[in-house]
Design a protein around this ligand. Structure first.
Ligand code: PLP
Length: 638
């Protein structure tokens, strides 16, 4: 309970501080006077809407939790923010080129996202980046702006290249970025066959490395991109083919979520030098594409820690423009169009996952008697003795002893030497002691390392209606942290320390690391459940990468998705509702034939009737529940 201040009235400000919402929320999220989380993509405070109201509105319409909320206004606001920040930096530094971003489809491939990026991006000519043929096909269905860039990365086969060439024919600014040396031949061959002048880019390997989750993408050993001798070979090849005028773009991608601005600056400098050399080699160039990497401050700590970012978007833009300009000016080269492929920073804020809590398991401090029943086994008495002798001075020793006796007692139980009832008594003593150790250790000046994390051992387990694997796969796969907090009751003191378990009941399906300004927390303060109302928790900043990686762990499928549009006057519209997967849907993904399943089960039920186990009318009811099950939501339904 050390993080939660017990004295004084609990206020919205205390909740804001406890959950760090002002640090990670980018002003889009805040706490209202009513103690509810507000969302507001606009500057005017009157335009905010409560997430609790939206949650209620959604459930009233018959959509069950969990629900993924997408806020198109936030996507719009982030797109403007990135573009305006670059434009401001360009103006301030008197850069003579322009900025033209592209959105990498892989970060969130949902049709709605691509549609909104192209719609809101039009005023900045913000384009798309594709890394595969299916992504190119998707991009071509949504793209209309002929001034925006369409960047083709990834391995390209003939079909991929032909499609890109047709796009050029139709007037799109489409670039083929060469990732491996062999690609050039195929591009030139197909371009000649289709009579199209291709726009060629090269992906370079930098020696700069960056910290972050995906560091393999950058550095000398990265799998993708060309090293310096391969670049020269491409240039020579293009010269021989008389096609050097096609070489217009240079690209690199250092990796995603680069928390340290220094790594970004170093990479831009090196890349700008390569760019300048390519111009000196006689390539027309014109575009320098710096890939992704713009980080999101998930924990709000503003540091170079993996889940954070030690720079603002403004600093990012200024540093890039400045670095490119310095190198170009020193070689007297025209300022190129700067492209970035920011995905995470554009879409992370866009989605919030909401779910309800199904149940809570607590490990209460049991009362234990001063005198034990003398007939209990010796070992239980030893444990009790340790408990009785506990003082602030022997915490570590007591901790070691109770673990020792607990293990002994378990062993004895396994060998049939003590009964279930006797073991239950010992467990009560164990938990009582553990609670006391946790209470007392806060009085110590130096807490022994083994006792540091005991809070999580006695934390409540909140069983929540969602799947980590489906909705926040990076939490499980790479231990990424996301901001998590209740979306209401924020004027009440959160008296419980909790860890979160998802509905899969898989030990990997839990969350026991939470954001903190200085460190990481092993528990999250939450409110005790009430019988009369649902308790809603939100996981924030889940718009980037999570939807695409989701898997069907335990056959929990896609959640319901609701798109919300804030009107700017405190009201909102639900502009799109997508029902999540039904049980039938997910079963068909793993190749079950649901028609055949119905038939087989009907036969089983019929046999039960024949054997007299169920009546024919019971059979009808059984078949009906089977049918309802197949058609229902994969998550816990009311
Ligand atoms: C993944 C990827 C991106 C997106 O990076 P973010 O850090 O999400 O902005 C950009 N470019 C390429 C080539 C990528 O593979």
């Amino acid at each position: 309970m050390n993080r939660v201040e017990l004295l004084g009235r609990w206020t919205k400000e205390k909740s804001e501080e406890l959950y760090g919402i002002k640090n990670w929320g980018r002003k889009y999220f805040s706490v209202s006077e009513k103690g509810e989380v507000l969302i507001n993509p606009f500057k005017d405070p009157e335009s905010a809407v409560s997430l609790k109201d939206i949650a209620t509105g959604v459930t009233d319409r018959g959509l069950d939790m969990p629900v993924l909320l997408r806020f198109e206004n936030i996507l719009d606001a982030q797109l403007s923010y990135l573009n305006e920040s670059f434009n401001d930096a360009i103006k301030k530094l008197h850069y003579k080129g322009r900025y033209q971003g592209v959105y990498p489809i892989k970060v969130n491939q949902q049709q709605q996202v691509i549609q909104e990026v192209t719609k809101f991006g039009q005023r900045y000519h913000h384009g798309l980046e594709v890394g595969s043929k299916p992504e190119l096909i998707a991009a071509l269905s949504e793209m209309k702006d002929k001034e925006a860039c369409l960047i083709c990365n990834g391995y390209k086969d003939e079909e991929f290249i032909d499609l890109g060439l047709y796009a050029i024919k139709m007037g799109f600014k489409c670039f083929f970025v060469i990732e491996i040396p062999g690609e050039l031949d195929l591009i030139l061959k197909r371009a000649e066959a289709l009579h199209v002048q291709p726009n060629i880019g090269i992906r370079i390997k930098l020696s700069s490395k960056a910290g972050g989750h995906w560091t393999e993408s950058g550095g000398d050993r990265s799998i993708f991109g060309l090293n310096m001798s391969q670049i020269i070979a491409i240039v020579d090849r293009l010269k021989i083919e008389n096609k050097i005028e096609c070489l217009k773009l240079m690209h690199y991608h250092l990796g995603s979520q680069i928390p340290n601005i220094r790594d970004i600056r170093t990479a831009v400098q090196e890349a700008a030098r390569v760019y300048a050399e390519l111009v000196k080699e006689g390539a027309p160039m014109g575009y320098i594409d710096l890939g992704g990497g713009l980080a999101v401050d998930y924990d709000g700590s503003n540091t170079n820690y993996t889940n954070s970012s030690n720079y603002s978007v403004e600093e990012y833009c200024t540093d890039i423009v400045e670095a490119v300009m310095t190198v170009m000016d020193s070689s007297q080269i025209e300022h190129p169009t700067i492209i970035t492929e920011s995905g995470r920073a554009l879409v992370a804020y866009y989605s919030v996952l909401l779910f309800n809590v199904l149940d809570v398991a607590t490990f209460e401090e049991h009362e234990i008697p001063a005198q034990l029943d003398p007939s209990l086994p010796e070992e239980v008495h030893y444990l009790h003795e340790v408990n009785q002798k506990l003082t602030v001075k022997n915490l570590q020793e007591t901790y070691n002893d109770i673990l020792y006796y607990r293990d002994n007692i378990r062993n004895m139980f396994n060998h049939g030497r003590i009964s279930l009832r006797e073991r239950a008594v010992s467990e009560k003593i164990f938990w009582n002691t553990l609670h006391q150790i946790v209470d007392k250790k806060n009085k110590l000046k130096f807490v022994p390392s083994e006792l540091m994390d005991l809070e999580s051992a006695i934390a409540d387990i909140y069983y929540c209606n969602f799947s980590v694997f489906q909705s926040i796969p990076d939490s499980w796969a790479i231990d990424q942290l996301f901001p998590i907090m209740p979306i209401h009751r924020l004027l009440e003191l959160p008296t419980r320390n909790a860890v979160i378990a998802d509905i899969t009941c898989d030990c990997d399906g839990n969350i026991d690391k939470f954001i903190d300004l200085h460190d990481m927390n092993n528990t999250l303060p939450l409110h005790p459940l009430k019988d009369t109302e649902d308790y809603f928790i939100g996981i924030f900043l889940v718009g980037a990468y999570q939807e695409t990686l989701g898997d069907l762990h335990n056959l929990f499928g896609d959640t319901n998705v609701v798109s919300v549009k804030l009107n700017g006057d405190g009201t909102y519209d639900i502009v799109n509702e997508i029902s999540g997967d039904s049980v039938q849907d997910v079963l068909s993904y793993v190749e079950f034939d649901t028609k055949a399943m119905r038939m087989k089960f009907r036969k089983t039920a019929e046999e039960a009737v024949k054997m007299g186990l169920v009546t024919p009318s019971e059979r009808r009811i059984i078949m009906q529940s089977y049918e309802n099950g197949l058609l229902g939501y994969t998550y816990y339904e009311r």
